[in-house]
Ligand binder design. Sequence first.
Ligand SMILES: [Zn+2]
Length: 291
Amino acid sequence: MKQELAKQILLVYPNPNLPFEIYADASDNGIGLAIFQNKKPISFFSQTLIGAQKNYTTTQKETLAIVKGLQANRDILLGRKIRIFTDHKNITYLHSANPQTVRWRIAISEFSPELNWIEGEKNVVADFLSRYPVMEEVEELIDFNPYQSYAIQKDRIPVFDLCPVDYAYLKIKQASDHKIQSKLQQGQYSLKLFQGHQLIIQKTSQGERIVVPESIQGNLVKWYHEFLGHPGITRLELTIRQHFTFKGLSTVVENLVTHCSKCQKVKIPKKHYGYLPLVSNTTPIPFILSQ
Ligand SMILES: [Zn+2]
């Protein structure tokens, strides 16, 4: 059962050149947002509603879900092609006299998304997420100010641009790693072409994995941890192992997560972080199950 659960939430590495499909929804107690590319999950965001938020209208809650979800995934999404799917028709019409809703809409428009209405029954992924928030809100929710946020963003290098897993860069780093080179010569590793770049891979029981050179192992693990929104040890390791391998991967992951200051502040026990409850048989989640 636990294995099954872990499998369902494995996330794939995002491709900045493909459109991001976003599903948002809200329930009485929570809001949720799921990001997909080619029907494969990239990132999940979900949050418990607190205080006055519980009294919001459905449209307000769902708008909040989109604002918070976009903000949480800002480094992945800003400047990319985004399609938001919502089952509340109101959101796709950009008119409201409520100043708060107007502010939220300004915040959303910064991402220039395409808004699409879908029937409620098709929005099972986000609906599912919002009814089972995975993480309690830690900081006090402040009223979102898009102008202030933009000022911060201008001086900041998006995490996405610092991604250490670019193929060309990996190739250069592999070439200067003596241990990798000697194992390649001994026949323990082999070569494979990735988008025009010949990289050194290891054939594992799970399939072919790119061998990560020692010089970028720490950065790679750190990048994934921040990029995925601070997952726990198990999920972080499983996600990285979908594409990569290197000796001591588990130890590097464990050290990073146990020493991450942001993770220490999370109130909920780590074993719950990022894990979704079991899917009921009567509620198919086609995108995830089709993997
Ligand atoms: Zn962390």
